[in-house]
Design a protein around this ligand. Structure first.
Ligand code: FES
Length: 571
């Protein structure tokens, strides 16, 4: 009897022969025949959950993947991992991304799998699975659930959740009625799939494809489009081939592949969250992606995709315009074309066979290299005495007149403090002030919630104000917009300089010069530093304790220190 069976694996009871014997018996119990035992076993790592709306349509996708695996001669075995839905997970899905990544890694490693198909969708599941798969390093291919179809209200396209935020702000400003708000609410999420603007879910799907971990063209296919089922089936077939060819994530996720992904991120105006996630995925392989790299590549990479929240179109339109392959073919002179992909071909080989859809409408959605929407990419990195280790901003989703600004700080000490006071009629706040939110970073919140798009105070909304400079050590949704500086590192809760800001201090933002500066003399800051006391109460037990003790700062991807080989080895 072969030992290369579903019953194989390192687990033994001090007797490898007995281990194989008992596993074969248990495999037979599941209905497998002896002749199946030598076939490649493909795990389907499924993040489906009824509590995760963005994954509720995974059933047919799983079936399609299984069909592909079976047709290629493998054995598909589905298993669940933690599911993180952005909207329903408290206090923030980001708090559990690392837990999901550990779950994925350990379950891939523990089970007798030859390869794995990663099924992800909502924001955090995609990076979590890529992190886990990078560490487990057996052949892996990603299939995402795809974006929702466009919504529609009164002749206008609706997009979750850019329009969730936009219309909520209009409601707060008393520009739309309860009835209109309810009608919009009914139309915001019209189909299965993840958010359909270039938010974090769409961005991470695009990055997964650009990294080479997803079949070409897969990222943008709308969730209800049957081409998603076909690419799922194709992914099932391809994972069996990857096992035969022994192509592993470490063969695909090279430094050059990350440069490609950063360029795509910049060209599509993707979510700032991708800066954190790409860093975390790369870190699992000991690859360092300093924030300056994002900025350098962003300055060189033209902005091509006219997608909300920074542009006018949505993922369904992006798909019809050619999706990620169309962007990569425009950028091809800037990309590392020799990078291997899960299709078993190099990026260059794919792009050679790709033809962009020809209709000129598509040029409005994905611009050409010769005539880009903007000369530089969608994310800029700022530094200065307020964020010595960096902060990020999306200049194209900001108000141009605020990109160079000096204003008076209005400080909120926590998310709770901000929620309690932001609409207080007595709050001393003016339109040209800078709203500062602190103690909302990875350790402080904990979990770095998406609270960075601080609401404009109601009394200023009533004056017609729709944007202000906002600075925090937390994140914002990729679907959000405004002149919002995020991820200030180190964060306030660990003594970062945001902790030293006082109401009335002047803050300078100059995006062109990449400056974020607290205009307070250094001697005064020294004095404040000497008086600073941590405000945060640390958790004493469980996962949150582990999180607070080991999470890295935003510029290092917020992974746990002990999961990165470089950080771990340096200790
Ligand atoms: Fe899941 Fe937006 S809530 S992608």
């Amino acid at each position: 009897m072969q030992d290369n069976t579903i019953g194989r694996g390192k687990t033994s009871y001090g007797d490898p022969g007995f281990s194989s014997f008992i596993r074969r018996a248990f495999s037979r119990h599941m209905g497998f025949d002896e002749k199946d035992f030598a076939k490649p076993v493909i795990g389907i790592c499924n993040t489906y959950s009824e509590v995760n709306r963005c994954h509720t349509h995974f059933g047919p996708i799983v079936e399609a993947v299984k069909r592909g695996v079976l047709m290629a001669g493998g054995i598909p075995l589905e298993f669940p991992t933690i599911s993180l839905g952005e909207v329903y997970t408290s206090p923030t899905a980001m708090l559990y991304r690392n837990l999901a990544a550990m779950d994925t890694e350990e379950m891939i490693r523990a089970q007798p799998l030859d390869g794995v198909v990663l099924l992800a969708g909502c924001d955090k599941t995609t990076p979590a699975q890529l992190m886990g798969a990078a560490s487990a390093d057996i052949p892996a291919i990603m299939v995402t659930g795809g974006p929702m179809l466009n919504g529609e209200y009164e002749g206008k396209t609706l997009g979750a959740c850019t329009d969730c935020r936009f219309y909520w702000q209009e409601y707060r400003a008393e520009r739309i009625s309860d009835r209109e708000l309810e009608e919009i609410n009914q139309a915001l999420a019209p189909s299965a799939g993840h958010c359909m603007v270039m938010g974090s879910a769409s961005t991470m799907a695009a990055c997964a494809e650009a990294l080479g971990m997803m079949l070409p063209g897969a990222a943008a296919i709308p969730a209800p489009d049957n081409r998603r089922l076909r690419i799922a089936e194709e992914s099932g077939r391809q994972i069996v081939q990857l096992v035969k060819d022994s192509i592993k994530p470490s063969d695909i996720l090279t430094y050059e592949a990350f440069e490609n992904a950063i360029r795509v991120l910049q060209a599509v105006g993707g979510s700032t969250n991708a800066v954190i996630h790409l860093n975390a995925i790369a870190g699992r392989l000991g690859i360092d992606l300093p924030l300056e790299l994002f900025d350098v590549l962003g300055r060189e990479t033209p902005f091509l995709a006219n997608l909300r929240p920074a542009g006018n179109y949505q993922m369904e339109d992006f798909f019809h315009a050619g999706g990620v392959p169309a962007v990569m073919s425009e950028l091809s002179d800037m990309l590392h074309l020799s990078c291997m992909t899960v299709a078993g071909k190099t990026l260059g080989e794919h792009l050679k066979t790709f033809t962009r859809p020809r209709h000129k409408t598509y040029r409005d959605i994905i611009a050409t290299l010769e005539n880009p929407l903007h000369a530089s990419g969608g994310i800029a990195v700022l530094t200065g005495n307020l964020a010595p280790n960096g902060a990020v901003i999306k200049p194209k989703a900001a108000s141009p007149h605020l990109l160079k600004h000096i204003g008076r700080a209005v400080v909120f000490d926590s998310v709770d403090d901000m929620e309690a006071r932001i609409d207080d009629p007595d709050l001393d706040v003016r339109p040209d002030d800078v709203l500062v939110l602190r103690n909302a970073g990875p350790v402080g919140a904990p979990g770095m919630p998406e609270a960075g798009m601080i609401p404009i105070p109601k009394k200023l909304l009533a004056q017609g104000i729709r944007d202000m400079v906002r600075i925090s050590d937390c994140r914002m949704s990729g679907t959000a917009f405004g002149t919002v500086v995020l991820h200030a590192a180190p964060e306030a809760a660990v003594g970062g300089p945001l902790a030293l800001v006082e109401n009335g201090d002047r803050i300078e933002l100059d995006v062109q010069a990449r400056i974020l500066q607290l205009l307070v003399p250094e001697e005064e800051l020294q004095k404040r530093r000497g008086n600073w006391q941590p405000k945060m109460e640390k958790e004493t037990r469980g996962y949150i304790r582990l999180y607070q003790e080991h999470v890295l700062q935003a510029d290092k991807g917020c992974d746990f220190d002990f999961l990165r080989p470089d950080v771990h080895t340096n200790k």
